[in-house]
Ligand binder design. Structure first.
Ligand code: ADP
Ligand code: MG
Length: 321
C-alpha cells in the first residue's frame, strides 16, 4: 500500500474527515482552510506521542488512536476553547492494514465524541510516533491562560486525580488486580475524556487554568510562576477514585494524585464567588487549595504544616540543580 492509498483509505475516508462547520477545505490540498468567526481567536496546540516513551510500543491501536487525540484535545479544554479540527502527523515503522484500520477507528471515535474534524497531516516511515495538532476557537480575550490567578482565589480541579499514574502498572503489565478496578483505571489512561464542556463553562469565571498532564504539584507550579502567586494544595482535599484507592492504598494513591502524570483533568483558580454557580450547574469542581501571595507551590497537611515533597512530577529533561 502506497502513502496516498493509505491516507485515502484510512484517514480521508474516515467519518471525522468529512466536511463540517468551520472547515472550508479539508484533506487533499497543500493546506487545509479553517473559517474563524469574527470576534473569535484560533487556539492551537500540538502534542507528540513517541512509542516506548509515552505509550508501550506494543499496544492496542484502537486505544492509541483515542488517546492520541484525547490528550491533545485536553489542551483546548484547558484554554476554554471550542474544538474545531485537528491534523495528524503519523510516523510508522511499517504498514499494517489491521493496525491502521483499528487506529483510525479509535481516532475517529474520539474525534466524533469531541466534535473535531481531521483536516490534514503527514505520513512518514520511521519509529512509531504520532503528532496531533488541535485547533479550537475562543471569543477574543476570553481564553483561560495560566497567568491570571490572584491571592484569595480557590484552587480547584475538575475530577479525581492519580488514575493515569494508577493505570501505569496495568498498562505496562507489571501488576494486576480485579477486573472492575482494572477496567476503570485502564479506561482513564487509554481514553482520557477532555473536559471541553467544563473548560467552556469556566470562561469569564476562572482566573487561570491548565490541564494536568505532569502531576498536580508540577502543573500548579506553572500557574504559580505565570501568575506571580503561591499555590497551596491541601493534601486532605485531593479527590481520588475508589479504583485508585483500592489498587494503591491511601499513601501511594496520594502520591499518584500529587505527582503522577496523565490525568488530563483541569486545574483552575476561581474567585470564591464563582464556585456555587458552577457546582449547582452540575460541573465537577473540587476545591483542593487556594492562592496566596508569594511564589511556588506548597503542599500542606490538615494542620496547615508545609509537607511539600522534593520531586514534583515528570519531566523529559530535568532542570540542572
Ligand atoms: P504535501 O506533499 O503537500 O505535504 P502530502 O502528500 O503529505 O502533501 O499529503 C497529502 C494530503 O493528505 C494533505 O492534504 C495532507 O494534509 C493529508 N495527509 C497526509 N497524511 C495524513 C494523515 N496521516 N492524516 C490525515 N491527512 C493526511
Ligand atoms: Mg506532507
Amino acid at each position: 500500500m502506497g502513502e496516498f492509498e493509505l491516507i485515502r483509505n484510512y484517514f480521508a475516508a474516515a467519518p471525522c474527515a468529512q466536511p463540517g462547520e468551520g472547515v472550508a477545505l479539508g484533506i487533499g490540498d497543500d493546506c487545509a482552510l479553517l473559517s474563524v468567526a469574527p470576534g473569535e481567536q484560533l487556539a492551537i496546540s500540538t502534542d507528540t506521542l513517541v512509542a516506548g516513551v509515552h505509550f508501550p510500543g506494543v499496544c492496542d491501536p484502537f486505544l492509541l488512536g483515542q488517546r492520541a487525540l484525547g490528550v491533545s484535545a485536553s489542551d483546548l479544554a484547558a484554554m476554554g476553547a471550542s474544538p474545531l479540527a485537528f491534523t495528524l502527523a503519523l510516523t510508522l515503522p511499517d504498514v499494517s492494514a489491521d493496525w491502521l484500520e483499528a487506529f483510525a477507528r479509535g481516532l475517529n471515535e474520539m474525534a466524533q465524541g469531541c466534535s473535531m474534524r481531521l483536516i490534514g497531516g503527514d505520513t512518514t516511515r520511521g519509529p512509531l510516533s504520532l503528532t496531533v495538532t488541535v485547533f479550537g476557537s475562543v471569543p477574543t480575550g476570553q481564553a483561560l491562560t495560566r497567568s491570571g490567578a490572584r491571592p484569595g482565589d480557590l484552587l480547584c480541579v475538575g475530577g479525581p486525580l492519580g488514575d493515569g499514574a494508577g493505570a501505569l502498572p496495568l498498562v505496562l503489565n507489571q501488576r494486576s488486580t480485579e477486573a472492575s478496578t482494572t477496567q476503570v483505571l485502564l479506561a482513564r489512561y487509554w481514553s482520557p475524556q477532555p473536559q471541553l464542556g467544563l473548560g467552556r463553562a469556566l470562561r469569564g469565571k476562572a482566573t487561570a487554568a491548565l490541564d494536568i498532564s505532569d502531576g498536580l504539584l508540577a502543573d500548579c507550579g506553572h500557574i504559580a510562576l505565570a501568575s506571580g502567586v503561591r499555590l497551596q494544595v491541601e493534601r486532605e482535599r485531593l479527590p481520588m477514585s475508589g479504583a485508585l484507592l483500592s489498587f494503591f492504598g491511601l499513601e501511594q494513591a496520594r502520591q499518584a494524585a500529587l505527582a503522577g502524570g496523565d490525568d488530563y483533568v483541569l486545574a483552575f483558580t476561581l474567585p470564591p464567588s464563582e464556585l456555587d454557580s458552577l457546582v449547582s450547574a452540575g460541573w465537577p469542581v473540587s476545591v483542593v487549595g487556594r492562592v496566596v501571595e508569594g511564589q511556588g507551590v506548597a503542599l500542606i497537611d490538615d494542620q496547615g504544616q508545609d509537607i511539600t515533597p522534593l520531586t514534583r512530577g515528570y519531566q523529559h529533561f530535568r532542570e540542572t540543580p
